[in-house]
Design a protein around this ligand. Sequence first.
Ligand code: NAI
Ligand code: MG
Length: 369
Amino acid sequence: MATQKLLLLPGDGIGVEVMAEVRRLIAFLNKSGLASFETEEDLVGGSAYDAHGKAISEDAMKRAQEADAVMFGAVGGPKWADVPYEARPEAGLLRLRKDLGLFANLRPAVCYPALADASSLKRELVEGLDIMIVRELTGGVYFGEPKEIVTLENGQKRAVDTQVYTTHEIERIARVAFDLAKVRKGLLHSSEKHNVMKSGVLWKQVVTSVHKAEYPELKLEHILADNCGMQLVRTPKQFDVIVCDNLFGDMLSDVAAMLTGSLGMLPSASLGAADARTGKRKAMYEPVHGSAPDIAGKGLANPIATLASFGMALRYSFGLSEAADRLDAAIADVLGEGLRTKDIAAPGQNAVSTSDMGGAVIKAMERAR
Ligand code: NAI
Ligand code: MG
């Protein structure tokens, strides 16, 4: 088995605590022969600022560029509220996303049967839910120029944001989404607003031609973004993979994620372009949550979001889908047995610590061998 290089960037706050569980999981996978990982670690965010006054060092950036994948914990917190804007902890995360060219953000929304009652929807609507939102992350209205607020002659102000997409940008995100649909249920919904936006017209055209030329065996549906939001809370299980631009993806992925319960449960992946020679993608995996300064250092954090993010790395960066399946099953088992960290515990229920939860997941994986 080829050895894979993984860079761990725990960050600060609970990032450090949840990454400790990933480290234990990697040790288990290596020992059991399920994988062969070589890990490096570096500082990012508040821990990097405390050590050398920058949110991420050039050396850490270089390691991130060279790694087969990056696991990111979380950064930020009131301790660094007064540091200069460019050195604030969150700047380290943005730099990584930008410099690694991570244009595809994958946010799964999976509802574990044991947590179906924690959803904002009825159990029967979400039980067994497993959808994947693919959000374009480096283009669109968040980046398009002009982007400004100008004062008009009449004294009023005028604010401009510009939605820009090129054929190339739409093609590459469409391919990521089709590739995912291919190994899932074979259904892709492409969500835009071609009825009122030129970028939506191009989006629909380009996704349609990528489908015809490269993925004719898959099913493609076009859906207007507003209707998509409605359908997500009406009958979410009709979806498999949804692809959308940066803005709609920001909203739709938050909506979909919250159908499934706690912030402490939600993983994500951000992927870059495939290398022309090796076909490998730059990739970074991280929980959706932040550094949770309110509970940091107390052993209360739920490590499942980060463990499941590592599961996405197994699947999408390393082709270890068997290990990934087993990890997903272990998480479902542990939840099924009723084990709960505080964020997902019922009122009055006893909660376990971060390391008890991590340890239980690894034990459940061992049992499944
Ligand atoms: P947060 O996600 O850190 O916390 C929100 C709430 O959820 C808190 O009550 C927290 O205790 C709880 N929570 C979060 N993750 C949890 C987990 N794994 N287990 C149990 N409970 C959990 O968001 P907040 O409080 O808005 O931001 C705190 C800091 O984190 C800020 O500095 C913010 O900028 C930063 N942040 C960083 C992110 C990242 O590193 N990717 C993402 C979001 C926020
Ligand atoms: Mg958002």
